[in-house]
Write a protein that binds this ligand. Structure first.
Ligand SMILES: [Zn+2]
Length: 332
């Protein structure tokens, strides 16, 4: 049965000239008559989505297309040929479904942020060139040196003793990163942190508070764990996801790097990340035959730090849970 006839304009897809045509459909074939004669099976045609009153577009495989202003007549023609708007189109026409779709999208974004981004950040961290990490580390140290760190007052011999003591310990896992232990006097009390460039910064105040060499090894082992697992890079990438995506896509890391030093100051690791670094320290102590009681002592000692501005405590919340885990590992 032949369908009704609908007026349309035909464009060849190459020039802007428009041709007045009539469209009919018969037995699954679309026929154009008028200024252009053409026919094509309707299965080869692409029909644009229905967007309120906008003219609809029917595209031929070669790029030629029809513009149909009489959307109601065209809708009738489609209906008579058994054509149905795709599910997506019909759903878009219902505001209620649109709201539901928006809610679903938000859920997907949140899930992506919570679950996908941490996973992706590990991949990105591993893909970043070493030069980027070195620069981030150098810039961050410079930033901190200008604001809250100054040259260490620990005797060189004491610094060297700490360094060689830690160097003598075997890391618990293969491919431990290159690291460098450096000392600083700080305005912010006992602190230790690892920069992506491999520097483990230890403050004089931390060394004095942990008046026990093994306990200090515990802090260093924990920091080496952060370094080995690239925790800081992963955290930074999460915290600056958009900038990072741009840096990775466009190969320009400078915008990303500029935002990082202030971020580091504000950084908190998740509980899981802290426990992962603790586990690394536990494994390192075990691998070197040092009692885990010493490691527990590390956190007890830092826990007794009087409250106040103490970034080590804010970024590394020592807790009964962590000490209990260490002592449990000792018993195993
Ligand atoms: Zn930590």
């Amino acid at each position: 049965m032949q369908s009704r006839t609908v007026s349309a304009f035909y464009f060849d897809g190459k020039t802007s000239r428009r041709y007045a045509v009539e469209l009919t459909v018969d037995a699954g074939i679309a026929y154009l008559s008028g200024e252009v004669q053409r026919q094509a099976p309707i299965t080869e045609l692409r029909v644009s989505e229905r967007v309120s009153r906008a003219a609809r577009k029917v595209t031929f495989p070669d790029g030629a297309y029809l513009e149909i202003a009489d959307v109601d007549a065209f809708a009738e023609l489609l209906a008579s040929t058994g054509y149905q708007d795709s599910l997506v189109v019909r759903m878009q026409q219902s505001w209620r479904t649109t709201l539901q779709a928006t809610a679903a999208l938000i859920v997907i974004l949140v899930l992506g942020y919570v679950y996908l981004l941490p996973a992706a950040s590990g991949v990105i961290a591993n893909a970043l060139p070493e030069s980027v990490e070195r620069r981030i580390g150098a810039d961050t140290l410079e930033f901190l040196d200008q604001r809250m760190l100054s040259a260490s007052t620990l005797p060189k011999s004491e610094q060297d003793a700490i360094i060689s003591r830690f160097r003598a310990l075997r890391p618990p896992a293969q491919d431990a990163p290159d690291y460098q232990i450096i000392f600083r006097k700080s305005k912010i009390g006992p602190n230790a942190f690892a920069l992506p460039s491999g520097e483990i910064v230890v403050t004089d105040e931390l060394v004095r508070r942990l008046d026990d060499d093994d306990a200090l090894m515990g802090v260093l082992a924990h920091e080496l764990g952060h370094l080995h697992r690239r925790h800081l890079m992963r955290r930074l990438i999460q915290a600056s996801a958009v900038g990072t995506a741009a840096a990775v896509l466009f190969g320009d890391a400078s915008t990303l790097i500029a935002t990082i030093p202030p971020l580091v100051l504000d950084l908190k690791y998740s509980r899981d990340i802290e426990l992962e670094a603790d586990d690394y320290a536990i494994a390192m102590f075990k691998a070197n035959g040092i009692s885990l009681k010493k490691l527990a002592y590390t956190f007890e000692k830092l826990d007794s730090e009087p409250t106040g501005f103490s970034p080590y405590l804010s970024t590394h919340p020592p807790s009964k849970e962590r000490i209990d885990r260490i002592l449990k590992a000792q018993a195993e």
